[in-house]
Write a protein that binds this ligand. Structure first.
Ligand code: 3PG
Length: 217
């Protein structure tokens, strides 16, 4: 199986993707330990903080088998850098054909952000096979996804933006949803306060929801 396909399979298995904004590089190990203790060796580390890229690189070195990717990738240069350090996937808030092309060429899973039918078409035509529906709640949530299921029933989405344990189940019940992303399990306040036990607990709860939904289907 190709590397990008494998990353997609693993993401589907987890059903959730913690979106991390890490302000302090020194917290990277504790954070990864907290996520793993909750049952998920995966994270999208965003490039929103100066420490983000370094933290991702460090985590990839220490945990080469984990599903660790870069988020908030807004330029082709950033995508190149992140692919260069071995990111398992690249997540962007929008659709950039050059970025999709580069990731496909390097066999790295790419999740371009989409929130209109035209963007879905653009991302598909550029070759992406898994799309980040962002910002999910603000753009119309599950109702919007259901409407997209008419013309795009064969397209896979990772909704992100405004998802929490309160609406996770609803999203996961949509057949086009592979996994849901979000910062609710690793909120900045929890990280700032060093509440790693709470992070573990939130991840456990989320995984419980994934298992309950999948057990039903
Ligand atoms: C992202 O970049 O994916 C979002 O900011 C995550 O959205 P959330 O913070 O509402 O989960």
């Amino acid at each position: 199986m190709k590397r990008a396909e494998l990353a997609e399979v693993r993401l589907r298995e987890y059903g959730i993707l913690p979106v991390v904004e890490l302000a302090d590089l020194n917290q990277a190990d504790d954070l990864f330990a907290a996520l793993s203790a909750g049952g998920i060796a995966a994270a999208e580390i965003t490039l929103r903080t100066p420490d983000g890229a370094v933290a991702l690189e460090k985590l990839i070195e220490r945990h080469p088998d984990a599903l660790l990717g870069a988020g908030t990738v807004r330029t082709l240069d950033d995508a190149r850098r992140m692919v260069g350090i071995g990111a398992s996937f690249i997540v962007s808030p929008g659709t950039d054909e050059g970025m999709i092309d580069y990731c496909l060429e390097h066999d790295v899973l790419v999740l371009p952000g989409v929130c209109t039918p035209t963007e879905v078409l653009r991302a598909l035509h550029a070759g992406a096979r898994l799309l980040k529906f962002f910002p999910a709640e603000a753009a119309g949530g599950v109702g919007f996804l259901k409407a997209l299921a008419g013309p795009f029933r064969d397209v896979s989405f990772v909704p992100t933006g405004g998802i929490s344990e309160n609406n996770l189940e609803n999203y996961l019940r949509q057949p086009q949803v592979v996994a849901c992303g979000g910062s609710w399990m690793v909120a900045t306040e929890l990280l700032a306060a060093g509440k790693f036990d709470e992070i573990t607990e939130l991840v456990r709860k989320a995984i419980g929801i994934v298992e309950a939904v999948r057990g039903d289907s």
